[in-house]
Design a protein around this ligand. Structure first.
Ligand SMILES: *Cc1c(COP(=O)(O)O)cnc(C)c1O
Length: 384
């Protein structure tokens, strides 16, 4: 325990200590945090659906119909008509043969990669891929190689040293940078080298593409070019869980081989019911995406005028580079003093020297709230 204490003290001294905040009410721009109301710019509730009354209503209806727990894994007795209907609707929405629900995105990635690749195979990943994709490759025991961020040519050189089956995995929208992967190029080289391409669209689904169909659809690609699509339900869709969509053969293989699908309890059926309603809203309420695009455009224009270190992102994820972890932390504290919640993202979540504020927008933010954010940013120490 003394060793643990020493390590914790070191983290604290380096500005790397992580702490939770206790949120007292629903998600939304006005968030009650540790008993105090803050204006939040850090959730992944991009469309403002997490606290939507229609989802809450669908959830409670679902609970009345199905009870609370699913009771078992999907392959035992936990796969309800609610799950089944959601899977069919997700397959139709993404234009794929089938979809398979997982309890979380982390588990979906572990299940897919470790289910498809094993010892002797190769997994190629973008250097900035989400931690769950990296951990999935490690769990699979395949050889993991990482290519330079968003660099199709760098990926191509990796194919020289591939052994066994090859799977290429990338975030669709990078979670900490907000930029979009060069999906067409990745698809072309993956197909040319007979490799599977997996796109994790946790931050693209609901936000990008026609009707919110995500980054893959926005790039004009389908199941033929991107055979494995994974996305989460806890971000733009406002509920919880995740899914993988693709061919009949892919989904049947995952049902047989994805251990994080087989050996875990199905999500509560009521969550599936709420997600079905969310999916309809995502498709029908395009104004939410327009509202987001307006906020992002205005933020980028005005933040650039303040001399803030923006990144090359057109999505609702708008990082402001601070550099050192201490500086990012000081900025986050300064915003909090002004009543604004934006968390500091520090190594190892991002590479050393690139600590940042990760600002995210939601369709439920108002222009007046954006004004407050810009005003507080203009007063950060070291920004003129
Ligand atoms: C959030 C996220 C996940 C994990 O999804 P959960 O449902 O939160 O477990 C996976 N990949 C990416 C890119 C994410 O941002």
């Amino acid at each position: 325990m003394d060793d643990l204490q020493a390590e914790l003290a070191r983290r604290r001294a380096e500005g790397l200590y992580r702490q939770r905040r206790v949120v007292g009410g629903p998600q939304g721009p006005a968030l009650v945090v540790d008993g105090r109301e803050l204006l939040s710019f850090c959730s992944n509730d991009y469309l403002g659906l997490a606290a939507d009354p229609r989802l809450a209503e669908a959830l409670t209806d679902g609970v009345r119909r199905y009870g609370v727990g699913s009771g078992a894994a999907h392959l035992v007795s936990g796969h309800s008509t609610a799950h089944h209907a959601l899977e069919e609707e997700l397959a139709a929405f993404t234009g794929r043969d089938r979809a398979l629900l997982f309890s979380t995105g982390y588990m979906a990635n572990l299940g897919v990669i470790a289910g498809l690749a094993g010892r002797g195979d190769t997994v190629l990943e973008d250097r900035l891929d989400h931690a769950s994709l990296i951990d999935a490759a490690r769990l699979s025991q395949a050889r993991l190689r990482r290519y330079a961020h968003a660099d199709v040519a760098a990926l191509e050189t990796q194919f020289d040293r591939v052994s066994g089956n090859c799977l290429v995995a990338t975030d669709g929208v990078f979670s900490m940078d907000g930029d979009i992967a060069p999906l067409s190029g990745l698809a072309t080289v993956s197909t040319a080298h007979d490799a599977w391409l997996l796109v994790d669209d946790a931050h693209g689904l609901g936000v990008l593409g026609e009707g919110g169909r995500g980054s893959v659809q926005a790039a004009g690609l389908g199941q033929a070019e991107v055979p494995i699509l994974m996305a989460t339900l806890g971000k733009a869709l406002g509920t919880a869980g995740a899914f993988v969509a693709g061919s009949e053969a892919l989904i049947e293989t995952l049902i047989q081989q994805a251990r994080t699908y087989i050996y875990t309890t199905a999500m509560p059926p009521a969550v599936a019911e709420a997600t079905r309603v969310a999916l309809k809203i995502v498709e029908e309420e395009g104004w939410r995406r327009e509202c987001l695009a307006g906020l992002v455009a205005r933020f980028r224009h005005e933040a650039a005028g303040l001399g803030l270190g923006l990144m090359d992102s057109s999505t609702p994820i708008q990082p402001v580079l601070a550099g050192g972890a201490e500086r990012a932390l000081a900025w986050s504290r300064s915003l909090e003093d002004a009543g604004i919640l934006v968390t500091a993202i520090r190594p190892p979540t991002v590479p050393a020297g690139t600590a940042r504020l990760r600002i995210t927008f939601s369709a439920s933010h108002t222009d007046a709230q954006l004004d407050r954010l810009l005003d507080a940013l203009s007063r950060l120490p070291g920004v003129d």
